[in-house]
Design a protein around this ligand. Structure first.
Ligand code: SAM
Length: 328
């Protein structure tokens, strides 16, 4: 899975490492989506200038990993382009660029102990070398919640602990975030959480059966606050349609963001997806009142410090059934 991250990075899947000059926070820093309808191949771009360097040289320094998800052409900012065979149904392009952050000692120990048991690479699941088999992973069949971008796992672990009757898939491209989540899993003794390293969109497209998820969560998905970055954001019509198709009837899509323009885009995109219904359509602005059970992560804290409001959106697929609050 590793949308290109980690040892499993595989040339030919559109992966590479970007050398960038800009600094940013620990995760989720630079992310680029290339949307050139009709074009083919994979583009690697560097969000704030820089060059694409192919596979990672060594850890540390300024190199950052860049997992290329799919898509046609790079932005014009001078990135080299790798290509892969076109496919008929490849959706929009998404790419992620991260700090090449080292694991802390604690993260590394948790990784060594628990990743072989709880972690899987999206690439392996997508290519079939590892089966997508949640019942086998969890040793039971239970309603399934998938989170796109679990980050450092604060919400993920807390919500999994609060809903033991649900199984949870945390999909993330940022390795230290996954390692931190493993530490939380160990600390809480969670048995209902599995980790997937790589691009959630590819996983959803390739392996997650239609109608199989009770809930999908997308909390503070990416750092593209400016209006001009709208096309680079994760939440786009194709992704909403994809997510909706994987939800069971009555399943929910829960989104949160601290950027007003992104919130407006999320709402417009999801309102435009015919199979999704806004559960808060009668609330002011259509925003879902902030649920007190959604933990306050550092992203939300920063939003408060910056004077930004956080907006939640909760959509339900169709009208059948009802999922619990904790599975929203
Ligand atoms: C701003 S962080 C927020 C993390 C977490 N949801 C939270 O609220 O603390 C967004 C995270 O989403 C991850 N991400 C974004 N798109 C993703 C995708 N398609 N697949 C996997 N991870 C993704 C990024 O790597 C990043 O760590």
């Amino acid at each position: 899975m590793g949308g290109g991250l980690g040892e499993g990075a595989r040339p030919g899947r559109g992966e590479g490492v970007a050398q960038v000059g800009a600094s940013g926070h620990e995760q989720c820093l630079l992310r680029a989506q290339f949307v050139a309808p009709g074009a083919h191949g994979v583009g690697i771009t560097v969000g704030h200038g820089g060059t694409v360097a192919g596979r990672a040289p060594a850890r540390g320094g300024t190199a950052r990993r860049c997992a290329i998800v799919n898509g046609p052409r790079p932005t014009p900012e001078g990135a080299r382009v790798t290509t892969r065979p076109p496919t008929e149904d490849r959706p929009r392009i998404t790419s992620f660029v991260h700090h090449r952050a080292r694991l802390t000692e604690g993260q590394q120990r948790a990784w060594d102990r628990s990743w072989p048991v709880l972690g899987r690479d999206v690439d392996d699941v997508v290519d079939g070398s590892v089966a997508y088999d949640p019942p086998a992973w969890f040793g039971r069949t239970a309603p399934l919640v998938l989170e796109i971008g679990s980050g450092m796992g604060e919400s993920t672990a807390a919500l999994a602990a609060a809903a033991p009757e649900y199984d949870h898939l945390a999909v993330e491209v940022f390795e230290p975030g996954l390692a931190q989540l493993l530490m939380r899993v160990e600390e809480l003794g969670l048995g209902n959480l599995a980790l997937l390293r790589g691009d959630a969109v590819e996983l959803l497209r390739a392996r997650v059966p239609e109608g199989s998820l009770s809930a999908v969560r997308i909390f503070f998905p990416d750092p593209w606050p400016k209006r001009k970055h709208r096309k680079r954001r994760l939440v786009q019509p194709e992704i909403a349609a994809l997510v909706a198709s994987r939800l069971a009837p009555g399943g929910t899509l829960h989104l949160a963001t601290d950027w007003d323009d992104y919130a407006t885009q999320m709402r417009a995109v999801c309102d435009g997806e015919h199979s999704l219904v806004n559960t808060a359509a009668d609330e002011p602005g259509g925003w879902f009142p902030r649920p007190d059970w959604r933990p306050v992560t550092k992203f939300e804290q920063r939003a408060h410090l910056g004077g930004r409001a956080v907006h939640d959106l909760l959509y339900r697929r169709g009208s059948a059934g009802r999922t619990s609050d904790h599975a929203s």
